[in-house]
Design a binder for this molecule. Sequence first.
Ligand SMILES: Nc1ncnc2c1ncn2[C@@H]1O[C@H](COP(=O)(O)OP(=O)(O)OP(=O)(O)O)[C@@H](O)[C@H]1O
Ligand SMILES: [Mg+2]
Length: 351
Amino acid sequence: MTGKEKEKEEEMTIPQIEEIEEEKEEELMAEPETAPVEGSEQDIEGLPGIGPKTAEKLKEAGYGALMNIATASASEIAAVADVGEGTASKAIMAARGALRMGYETGLQALENRKKILKLTTGSKELDKLLGGGLETCSITECYGAFGSAKTQIAHQLAVNAQLPIDEGGLNGAVLYIDTEHTFRPERIMEMCSAKGLDHKKILANIHVGRAYNSDHQILLADKAKDIMKEKNIKLVIVDSLMSHFRADYIGRGSLAGRQQKLNQHLHVLQKLADTYNALIYLTNQVMSKPDMLFGDPTAAVGGHVLHHAATFRIYLRKSKGDTRICKLVDSPNLPDGETVIRITPDGVIDR
Ligand SMILES: Nc1ncnc2c1ncn2[C@@H]1O[C@H](COP(=O)(O)OP(=O)(O)OP(=O)(O)O)[C@@H](O)[C@H]1O
Ligand SMILES: [Mg+2]
């Protein structure tokens, strides 16, 4: 209990406290016997205060899954469903209860990690560096200078994600938020023919949204939840994350506003990853740090907000010919390391 909550409780009379205890009990009662782990399938109509009409409104606004409710704020739900904040927070608590969100033991965490899928990059060496491939339920940030192959890898992942799970794929479709207008279906075709895949099938499962500015980019990510389940999206690409944000917020004065928007945007993306067991691949530019005397004078843009959101961070550097050096930076459970890949007409391969 936080200090504030304690203070509040001390101010309360005993009947008020009993009322809250009762409410808590009701919330517990609302927990279904067989709570699904992912929970996305379960109907939201069973939640306290959510009748068929309210459920309909929520579904229309893209809050059709329990996880959407459980991770929303009371004011968000209140506004969307046209209910009071009290009712909204009761529904949120019940959804959290049903999904068993709260503390878990290390063993349960291990069990939950089992649902995580790994996506091959096309290079066995790079996969090895990443502990078996890129992971679902998390955000990967790939940063590097122009021509370092961030977009090439995005294309390769868009193909690989559609492979069966036992071939290193995610057996799912792809959502591609293209902010620099560099998505090229021809490149996908080239990669497909190298793998003997039917490019028509693969292209039909890549849903491309061209973002025209940072607000549009945010909107495209917000709208994603409407189609994630329907289209079985397992990979969400944002190429690139920061270009519009950098163009739209110029000057130091607007930095705080930009970071706030960026933070919200990243939260939406992380929520997609968690709710739909999906992988988020973000590309990012670098800026030079002229004041740095030693080491590599480049750093990813986006600041701490982005730094903390990404689970995997890969730094790409151009090397001789078609080779690129990939460096794994700040992984929570893997040692930092480097490997070399090649970008060929067939796609991403080992050196
Ligand atoms: N069809 C192809 N076959 C082989 N290599 C290719 C092909 N298309 C592009 N490349 C390589 O990929 C490079 C471009 O990489 P990419 O566009 O992924 O860079 P990027 O990191 O996204 O850069 P930017 O910051 O400008 O977006 C080209 O310079 C070329 O070397
Ligand atoms: Mg690019």
